[in-house]
Design a protein around this ligand. Structure first.
Ligand code: SAM
Length: 212
């Protein structure tokens, strides 16, 4: 993602009620930030937040947290929330590598990874959000019956991810390399910003679902 240093982004995030500051202080108590106690689903690397906002609107019986590393990107999601506030959605500005310091064991019911950065160099494989190192972090926060849902148009990253699932000791529940023509996996699919962009260019969209 092209990044611009947007003046005031850090300050806007610090002052926003939609973005949770000091997230590690809420470990084990995330439900207290929402009006209702209900399953917690998170998206890691949410970008400008469209997927999270559409999911939170469609599923008021689920609490959502969108995680994004860069304040300049997260700012766009905050601006959308100000126009259309959603009680069941919060944001965190953090690096997902620290996820186990922020959520307690079993606190998260589902993790969405959408169009994660590919980190194409071999020496950067550990930074990929579907690497075995990240699966080990997800293992520390995900409910026993929880699952990971991953979408990408990057064929190499998808092949890597398919291989990492068993290497990490997880189970591959379902996968496709052409989501939009898969009648089962595509049912109820909510498109992300990147998904719309890349599928409009003709790129097939890959998806996998993994659990333990
Ligand atoms: N999920 C969105 C979508 O599908 O439209 C955005 C995809 S964009 C290519 C990937 C986003 O993940 C970027 O905004 C990037 O800053 C964020 N990201 C990458 N690694 C991350 C990490 N370790 N922790 C938090 N966010 C991360």
């Amino acid at each position: 993602m092209r990044l611009r240093n947007i003046p005031g982004a850090d300050e806007a995030i610090a002052n926003s009620t939609y973005c949770v500051k000091d997230p590690e202080t809420h470990k084990g108590n995330w439900q207290e930030l929402f009006p209702s106690r209900q399953p917690l689903h998170i998206e890691i690397g949410m970008g400008k937040g469209r997927f999270m906002m559409d999911m939170a609107t469609a599923n008021p019986d689920i609490n959502y947290i969108g995680i994004e590393r860069y304040s300049s990107v997260l700012l766009r999601a905050l601006q959308k929330m100000e126009l259309n506030p959603l009680p069941n959605l919060k944001f965190i500005c953090m690096d997902a590598a620290d996820i186990a310091e922020v959520f307690a064991p079993e606190e998260v019911s589902r993790i969405y990874l959408n169009f994660s950065d590919p980190w194409p160099k071999d020496r950067h494989a550990k930074r990929r959000l579907t690497s075995r190192e990240f699966f080990a972090r997800y293992d520390q926060v995900l409910a026993q019956n929880g699952r990971i849902e991953f979408k990408t148009d990057n064929q190499n990253l998808f092949t890597f991810s398919l291989e990492e699932v068993p290497e990490a000791g997880w189970h591959l529940d379902a996968s496709t390399r052409d989501l939009h023509h898969d009648p089962i996996l595509n049912e109820g699919n909510v498109m992300t910003e990147y998904e719309e962009k890349f599928s409009s260019l003709g790129n097939p969209i890959c998806k996998l679902i993994a659990s333990r």
